[in-house]
Design a protein. Structure first.
Length: 113
């Protein structure tokens, strides 16, 4: 992926992945703005329709927030119920301190059955 690749679209504060943007006519309407691969945000972005992770970059505030989410999940012994989303974040944002540690510990919280 290079910095000019479009990873999503923003319109009126709503973010959609490229596929959902196309299905809902956002790309052709001229009122949405593209998010590029080098776009940074203060938290992980997800498509409002399909909930897919938009693979952008995080600011230092975003990295701190994701690290705190990993830490809080492990401290609560998995009781916050966000295992699936945090595992997705840890795999994508593997460079964040604590991501690999989270992945090594998270499997013990997977629901059985």
């Amino acid at each position: 992926m290079n910095s000019a690749d479009v990873i999503g679209y923003v319109k009126d504060g709503t973010i959609l992945c490229p596929e959902c943007s196309q299905v809902h006519g956002w790309i052709a309407d001229g009122e949405s703005y593209p998010m590029f691969a080098d776009s940074e945000s203060d938290s992980p972005c997800h498509c409002e329709r399909c909930e897919e992770l938009i693979p952008g970059l995080l600011t230092s505030v975003g990295m701190t927030g994701v690290h705190a989410a990993f830490r809080n999940f492990l401290r609560s012994h998995g009781k916050d119920g966000r295992l699936e989303i945090l595992t997705e974040w840890a795999r994508h944002f593997h460079y964040i301190p604590g991501a690999r540690f989270f992945l090594s510990r998270a499997s013990k919280y997977e629901k059985v059955g």
